[in-house]
Write a protein that binds this ligand. Structure first.
Ligand SMILES: Nc1ncnc2c1ncn2[C@@H]1O[C@H](COP(=O)(O)OP(=O)(O)OP(=O)(O)O)[C@@H](O)[C@H]1O
Ligand SMILES: [Mg+2]
Length: 557
């Protein structure tokens, strides 16, 4: 396999022994099949009637999800072309936070249709050109079809959040209403307007999960909530007009790195030695009190002695806060994270109207409200189990993302496969103007788009062929906002029933799916190096890292 042949027919060795090479149609077909297999897995989870997947990792941990990006990530796909689709969903998630299932499913369908053309002996480069043309036209049509909205209208934004949530765990009822509303309020609260430019940092929206109660008990808190309690019973549990110090060094006497011996020969020396430690801790606390701090959040530990000094000074303190929480608190309260207490000054302190420990489901949490920077909010979600809470968190990520998208770019499209049906008809018309074999590729591109309404219809219990025919009939008579209402199982005007999506998400779906399909279609040669030989067990010092996950032992927070 590692051979190439010269024009005189002489074989030459160009690759390392053991390398595998597949070329031409065979390479292309294998790649298409592998990528299509990934898309097939995701198909059944598209839309509000889509089903969930249960994923079990090598440690036995279970995830139940409907989120495309999470499914493909956890599937641990190995085949390189299939991995490209995993990358697509990741990119889609990073760019717009929603539409990850659609992107993968569409990429798979584009490849499937390309495969039909390949079988008919259409050259890949013709398919590529046709797909490129079709994509450019589709993108132009989508942008034209989009409707401008008033991005400060809470009701309109809520509809978009609801469409994103509808396909997730909170698909109906009052939980859907309240989570959609909270997503909108959260985004409007954290948006920053400078010189007519809007900026929204999703990091300013913290999602905190707590087991117990139900989804209905979720709360939006204007501030930061951290999963920590006040460290000493003698400390206040509530501090108004808080002045907050954030420390990332311990309020403890650090043990020396080297082993040292101290010779103590008398009880007095022993006492002096212990006093010395106490004095250092007292001075640390005195310094905090002197600069005016009445709340201390420490990323590391707080010694018992330091705790009682802090309590005596009326300071509320929490220890071992997560780095990410420290950063959020810093942004929200304006405090600087300080390492050396000696350098602490009043300017380093942050402010908040209220810091209070509250009991949530038998556990205590620290609420920091009325922060200096009002652009910091926390969504505290409740639910009966960890798996549910994790899926709610992923769903909220989607609804927050879509609201963010539409505030940044206030153009929307109808959902329920309406834009796909619209593009199908328009691209077919366009194909007639293209001519040649490329025309066939444009037509296949147009048909591939129908995969979305077809799945939505199928999961709603409709006959997809019938539903598509009805849908096309509507679109042919210029009713371009008609789609499949997966809940009632009817073809309806999506704008009328409030199923809308950001243009940004749809354009990105189209873009990522086409890019991935083109990338795979361009490959006609796969050269795979042989996997490295495994060291015999117990042989030599080099075996130390064997079996370790990528990235080794690092990664502790
Ligand atoms: N009530 C509804 N009726 C019909 N279609 C709907 C409804 N609500 C949402 N949809 C459609 O469902 C599709 C989105 O499904 P889903 O959220 O499962 O996948 P995704 O957004 O592509 O990926 P993910 O959310 O996993 O990142 C969109 O086409 C959307 O218009
Ligand atoms: Mg979605």
């Amino acid at each position: 396999m590692a051979l190439a042949t010269t024009s005189q027919g002489i074989p030459v060795l160009i690759l390392k022994e053991g390398s595998k090479r597949t070329t031409g149609r065979e390479a292309l077909r294998t790649n298409i099949l592998a990528a299509y297999a990934v898309a097939e897995v995701l198909k059944s989870s598209l839309g509000p009637r889509g089903l969930d997947k249960m994923l079990i990792d090598s440690f036995g941990d279970v995830t139940i999800t409907n989120d495309g990006a999470t499914i493909v990530k956890d599937m641990e796909v190995e085949q390189p072309a299939a991995k490209m689709l995993v990358e697509v969903s990741k990119a889609q998630d990073a760019e717009v936070g929603d539409g990850t299932t659609s992107a993968v499913v569409l990429a798979g369908e584009l490849l499937n249709k390309a495969n039909t053309l390949l079988e008919d002996n259409v050259h890949p480069s013709i398919i590529i050109d046709g797909y490129r043309k079709a994509y450019a036209k589709a993108n132009e049509l989508l942008t034209k079809a989009a409707k401008q909205i008033d991005s400060s209208n809470v009701e309109t934004l809520k509809e978009i959040a609801k469409t994103a949530l509808a396909s997730k765990i909170v698909s109906t009822g009052s939980a859907l209403e309240s989570l959609a509303e909270m997503s909108v309020k959260a985004i409007l609260q954290v948006q920053e307007k400078t010189d007519g430019q809007v900026k929204i940092d999703l990091d300013n929206v913290k999602i905190e999960k707590r087991k117990g109660e139900s989804l209905l008990e979720a709360q939006l808190i204007l501030g930061v909530v951290i999963d920590k309690e006040v460290v000493h019973p003698g400390m206040p549990k509530r501090v108004e007009k808080a002045k907050i110090a954030l420390l990332d060094s311990p309020l403890e006497i650090e043990k020396t790195e080297m082993t040292a011996k101290i010779q103590i020969t008398s009880p007095e020396q022993m006492r002096a030695f212990l006093d010395q430690e106490t004095t250092i801790l007292r001075e640390m606390v005195q310094k905090l009190a002197k600069v005016g701090a009445n709340v201390v959040i420490c990323q590391k530990g707080i010694d018992d002695v330091a705790q009682s000094y802090l309590a005596k000074s009326g300071i509320l303190a929490a220890r071992r806060a997560k780095r990410s929480d420290m950063e959020k608190l810093s942004r929200a309260t304006g405090a600087r994270i300080v390492t050396a207490i000696d350098d602490l000054s009043e300017d380093d302190l942050g402010t908040a109207d209220l810091v209070e420990e509250r009991r949530i489901a038998n556990e205590k949490m620290l609420f920091v409200e009325g922060c200096k920077n009002p652009r910091a909010v926390t969504l505290l979600v409740r639910g009966s189990g960890e798996m549910i809470l994790d899926e709610v968190e992923r769903s909220l990520h989607d609804s927050l993302s879509v609201v963010r998208n539409v505030v940044l770019d206030p153009r929307i499209l109808p959902g329920g496969g309406a834009p796909e049906a619209y593009l199908n008809i328009k691209l077919k018309e366009y194909a007639n103007t293209v001519g040649g074999k490329e025309q066939l590729a444009v037509q296949e591109f147009a048909d591939a788009l129908l995969v979305v309404p077809s799945i939505l219809a199928e999961t709603a219990g409709l006959d997809p062929i019938d539903a598509l025919a009805q849908l096309k009939a509507k679109h042919e008579s210029n009713n371009s906002s008609y789609g499949v209402d997966a809940l009632s199982g009817q073809i309806k005007d999506m704008y009328k029933i409030g199923i809308t999506e950001p243009l940004r998400v749809k354009s990105q779906v189209l873009k990522s799916a086409t890019e991935a399909a083109l990338l795979i279609l361009k490959i006609d040669d796969v050269i795979a190096a042989s996997p490295p030989k495994k060291e015999p067990k117990g042989g030599g010092a080099g075996g130390a890292g064997e079996g370790m996950p990528e990235g080794g032992m690092g990664g502790y927070d």
